[in-house]
Design a protein around this ligand. Structure first.
Ligand code: NAD
Length: 499
């Protein structure tokens, strides 16, 4: 069995804590590797080394840093298939979806190739007599990224690329369930020319996270994961004087108006509800048709589409729509929530609880499930299921549908399907959710915008990637300068490149 490592100062380093977590193959239920869980001493050692490496990296000019991103982007492209396979092997998602995971991370690396333009600061000429003002963006020092299992390439890349291109060193603590992609990305960064120690991958669990939160040298923490942990990390990091942005869970609603193209809406719901086994923070888990006729017509279209979904291991290639969920505990929790939906009176139209696949009986597969007539008091509505379960909540009017979405404690993503521009526009303006799709089910913004939810889906002030990331990973210093007039010296006539 493979024993994984940490990645410290540009090389793989074995864990010394004596503690490990099993990395499972979710399609078979077998252990495929074990990952070391760092102690607080190992974490402190990685941080001290990162702080040392950051001094020179922070003093390297932004364009030279950007060149590392350019090479890194090229290497990610070159190794796309290998990285997608690493993602799928530990997560279980299909290979095309694994590639999407890498691709949406790569797009953030691409934006970071232009980091110098984002870091160039501001200048006021003649703010007073002989007075100029300028603001510069300086790196924070050592920062940390703590990431979830469900996007093993994309979210580590969302963290490391902006942090590093801003001149920081990063401690990345990936999910202990899917650690291999981060380790491989760290190797590629070394190959791209990143100095040793600027990215340290420290594997671990709560012990490593708590050591990060209490480490005085770490200036900022970027977290993505479930809401209770996001809230905990935000509180403890902020209390220790760190900058923190912590992104949490979701319950994303899609409103379907009576004038929507219902075939397109049904296709979108199936892809957004069941893709990646529903394990996406932007998955649509609640369909909200307006009017009984719309609801009935939608059920008619959804059921055959859902029943046709092919569930299996990623190794089956194109023949599979989605794979297993991440752990046995998650599989059991999802089945339990489906049981609770039935017990609480929802109408289980498609039942995926007994799904089993020949040859993969020990895999963590859950068949697709679809509930109609769900109400907001039911657990299947209140909980983030994070599995292949779609709930339909019927509403009578647009205002009811909007209110339902707005009353939900989460505010990550939402969508509306309609043919009416006025309704769509009203929805986009009024809804209290961070990312909105109009006839677009998973509105993950492009990498030069920013990603972030509202309400209990995010704690902290700035979003991930895009312009917000350059603000989060730098601090502003503003200089007010006055030069008294005097004898002017001769000029410098040689045109010299900057060092
Ligand atoms: P998780 O909260 O269990 O774990 C996330 C990270 O926190 C991991 O690195 C894990 O090791 C660490 N962690 C877990 N328990 C901890 C504890 N008690 N103390 C300190 N650290 C702890 O989340 P997950 O199951 O890996 O990921 C799924 C969740 O992430 C879902 O809720 C999903 O909606 C959310 N998510 C949110 C976004 C977003 O941008 N809003 C994106 C992807 C996933």
């Amino acid at each position: 069995m493979d024993e994984l490592s940490h990645y410290i100062n540009g090389r793989h380093v074995k864990g010394t804590s004596g503690r490990f977590a099993d990395v499972m193959n979710p399609a078979t239920g077998e252990v495929q590797a074990r990952v070391p869980l760092a102690s607080s001493d190992e974490l402190a050692d990685a941080v001290a080394k990162a702080a040392e490496a950051q001094k020179a990296w922070g003093a390297t000019n932004p364009q030279r840093r950007a060149r590392v991103m350019m090479k890194f982007g090229a290497l990610i492209n070159e190794h796309m298939d290998e990285l997608a396979e690493l993602v799928s092997r530990e997560h279980g998602k299909t290979l095309p979806d694994g590639k999407g995971d890498v691709q949406r991370g790569l797009e953030v690396v691409e934006v970071c190739m232009g980091a110098p333009a984002m870091l160039k600061g501001e200048y006021t000429d003649d703010g007073g007599p002989g007075i100029d003002l300028y603001s510069m963006r300086q790196p924070l020092g050592v920062v940390a990224g703590i990431t979830p299992f469900n996007f093993p390439a994309m979210i580590p890349l969302w963290k490391m690329a902006p942090a590093i291109s801003c001149g920081n060193a990063m401690i990345l603590k990936p999910s202990e369930r899917c650690p291999s992609t981060s380790l491989r990305l760290a190797e590629l960064l070394t190959e791209a020319g990143l100095p040793d120690g600027v990215l340290q991958v420290v594997n671990g669990d709560k012990d490593a996270v708590d050591a990060i939160l209490d480490n005085e040298m770490i200036q900022a923490v970027g977290f993505v994961g479930s809401t209770p942990i996001a809230q905990y990390i935000y509180g403890r990091a902020a209390n220790n004087g760190k900058r923190a942005q912590c992104f949490g869970g979701a319950k994303n609603h899609m409103i379907i108006m009576p004038d929507a193209d219902l075939d397109k809406a049904a296709d979108a719901l199936v892809g957004a509800g069941f893709g990646a086994a529903g394990e996406r923070c932007m998955a649509i888990s609640v369909a909200v048709p307006v009017g009984a006729e719309t609801a009935d017509a939608l059920v008619e279209r959804l059921v055959p589409r859902i029943e046709k979904l092919k569930v299996g291991p990623y190794t089956a290639g194109e023949d599979v729509d989605y794979g297993p969920v991440i752990t046995r505990a998650s599989q059991e929790r999802i089945r339990g929530l489906i049981d609770s939906g039935v017990a609480q009176g929802a109408d289980l139209v498609v039942d995926g609880r007994d799904f089993s696949l020949q040859g993969y009986e020990n895999g963590y597969f859950v068949g697709p499930s679809f509930f109609d007539k769900v109400t907001p008091e039911m657990d299947i509505y209140k909980e983030e299921i994070f599995g292949p379960v779609l709930s339909q909540v019927r509403t009578e009017s647009y205002e009811d549908a909007l209110k339902l979405t707005m009353d939900n404690p989460y505010g990550n993503g939402t969508a509306i399907f309609t043919a009416d521009g006025d309704t769509a526009r009203d929805f986009a303006h009024r809804v209290n959710v961070g990312m909105v799709g109009i006839n677009f089910p998973i509105p993950v913004p492009l990498s030069y915008h920013t990603f972030g939810g509202w309400k209990k889906s995010a704690f902290g002030d700035l979003n991930q990637y895009g312009p917000d990331a350059f603000r989060f990973y730098t601090k502003t210093k503003t200089v007010t300068a006055r030069w008294f007039s005097g004898i002017k010296e001769g000029g410098e006539f040689n045109f010299k490149p900057m060092d």
